[in-house]
Design a protein around this ligand. Structure first.
Ligand code: ME8
Length: 520
């Protein structure tokens, strides 16, 4: 039997010169949400994250810490592992560019590219924080050269290296982008890339002399060079998919490379050209490169080297310390607050606001009110519905709930996380309004148990569907809501959101607990 190809999702490999901040957690939470969504949909998934450990900036940071580079990277890679555990990140592999299988893949790829490489002296500008080379023509003032991406001072470099000519691939890449609208997303980034492709492309330097940098993967055909860190890092996506082994086709190509817009050029220009130069056909190109926006503090991009970072551990452990599901509150905020692709300004007040309104007032209340009424009016057992009446809002609410998975499907295909959450929370709002309109407490007072049970059964079904839909976004909250409904132990699957009813009447509900306690 042929195994279906896994849905392959990647994050960037983060530099381990310092511990992760909100920006890194953003990309990883988004990729995790996508991975969980596809698993919920019954698809095999391969979700990759990891750390980028070679290069000048890591070597410098290790030296400053008084450690050997490997010992230093072991230490910092651990801070990423720890944060991903806190945030419930369900990766299938955490790759480090110092892993032995990766070193083999990089050397194999370089060997393969060797006949296409030009060796020669070169002069270019280099930004150490971005580990990126720039041509004379990229720099506005050659007397005070600044990085066009991060605006920091550039080094001028003159050295002998191996180069891959990119220009022979330019027309091919343009045609590929034209033929595959999803290849670079969102639209603004696609246009940015197409604009870059209007000009001839400079050769890409694949190596660094060991005299300047020793902390890198040895170049198999030159004793005096190591691999340029970006080439090393990009190739990780092939390593993890089992490049050169029989397993490769079961994972490759990547379905989505999730990145920030700062590294668009590396992923949407250098990466496909490297793959093309390695002989991969069009059908084996990544299917989507999605470059999201930046979290800013005020107007400034949050970044390690600007020193304006916010540590997610602090937000979770201090800012949300009263919350039993703090990590999920944080995940919700990141995914809901800013449409994926746009920039957003980070503040703890904004998280608090989302917590108090969407989570406590809307979601928390819906669950709390419904379950307390089931306890009170149905002896804590899931009620049986009588006929669902069209005249009294039951049917529209039911149809809205049954239509949710279609909305999710359409939005998640575009990585529109905030749109998907909006659809879920619109349903929650409708369900809360339904409670007000149906006023189950009055039905109880008026002695109308059949109608009362129908209303509570409709609400139970809506909550069941919401608990499934929330799984990729807030896995622990979804699990808790599921258990409170008394459904613990039954797997949550997306396809169950198109079934009604989905619960067995008469089953006892679980133990109730407030999901988002109020503190002020
Ligand atoms: O670029 N807002 O690693 P890096 C949103 N090693 N996202 C942000 C962010 C912010 N303020 N700051 C960082 C590298 N990010 C390379 C990648 S991949 C083969 C090699 C996120 O540690 C965003 O995903 O500088 C960005 O692209 C990434 O962290 C850069 O991480």
């Amino acid at each position: 039997m042929v195994m279906p190809k896994a849905f392959y999702i990647t994050t960037p490999l983060y530099y381990v010169n310092a511990a992760p901040h909100i920006g890194h957690s953003y990309t990883t939470v988004a990729a995790d949400c996508l991975a969980r969504y596809h698993r919920l949909n019954g698809e095999p998934v391969f979700f990759l994250t990891g750390t980028d450990e070679h290069g000048q900036k890591i070597e410098q940071a290790a030296r400053a810490a008084g450690l050997e580079p490997k010992a230093f990277t072991d230490q910092t890679a651990q801070t990423f592992h720890a944060l991903w555990k806190t945030l419930n990140i369900s990766y299938d592999r955490f790759i480090r560019t110092t892993d032995a299988d990766h070193i083999r893949v990089v050397q194999r790829a370089l060997q393969h590219l060797r006949p296409q490489l030009r060796q020669g002296p070169s002069t270019f500008f280099y930004c150490v924080p971005c580990e990126t080379q720039w041509a004379q023509s990229d720099v506005a003032d050659p007397h005070a050269p600044e990085c066009p991406s991060c605006r920091r001072a550039l080094e001028q470099v003159e050295e002998e290296n191996f180069f891959l000519p990119l220009e022979p691939h330019r027309q091919w890449l343009k045609a590929h982008i034209d033929a595959h609208p999803a290849f670079v997303q969102p639209e603004a980034r696609r246009n940015e890339l197409l604009a870059l492709l209007e000009q001839p492309l400079p050769d890409l330097c694949l190596t660094r002399p060991t005299a300047r940098l020793s902390w890198g993967i040895e170049v198999p055909f030159s004793r005096v060079h190591v691999t340029y860190v970006w080439v090393d890092a990009l190739l990780n996506y092939l390593t993890a998919a089992g490049y050169g082994t029989a397993a490769f086709e079961a994972t490759w190509p990547a379905d989505v490379h999730v990145i920030g817009k700062d590294i668009l050029r590396h992923h949407a220009l250098y990466w496909p050209i490297l793959l093309h130069a390695l002989g991969l056909p069009d059908a084996q190109m990544p299917r989507m490169i999605f470059a999201h926006g930046w979290w800013t503090i005020g107007e400034q991009k949050m970044s390690k080297s600007r020193g304006n970072i916010v540590d997610p551990n602090v937000v979770i452990a201090d800012g949300l310390k009263d919350q039993p599901y703090a990590a999920d509150v944080y995940r919700y905020f990141l995914l809901r607050e800013v449409p994926f692709g746009q920039d957003g300004s980070f503040s703890e007040e904004a998280i608090r606001k989302r917590l108090e309104t969407d989570l406590a007032n809307d979601l928390g209340n819906l669950l709390h009110r419904t379950l307390s009424m089931i306890e009170r009016y149905c002896h804590g057992r899931l009620p049986a519905a009588g006929p669902v009446g069209c005249a009294v809002d039951d049917a529209p609410l039911r149809d809205g709930a049954l239509g949710l998975s279609k909305q999710l499907e359409e939005r998640m295909a575009r990585l529109d996380f905030s749109g998907a959450l909006e659809a879920i929370f619109q349903l929650i709002t409708r369900a809360n309004r339904y409670i007000e309109l149906q006023a189950p407490w009055q039905l109880a007072k008026a002695g109308e148990p059949a109608r009362l049970h129908t209303v509570l059964a409709v609400l139970t079904e809506v909550i069941r569907i919401v608990a499934v839909a929330l799984d990729p976004f807030m896995p622990s909250v979804a699990e808790a809501a599921w258990a409170q409904l008394g459904l613990g132990g039954t797997p949550r699957r997306l396809r169950d959101t198109t079934q009604w009813p989905g619960v067995t009447a008469g089953q006892p509900i679980g133990t109730r607990a407030v999901l988002f306690p109020k503190t002020s």
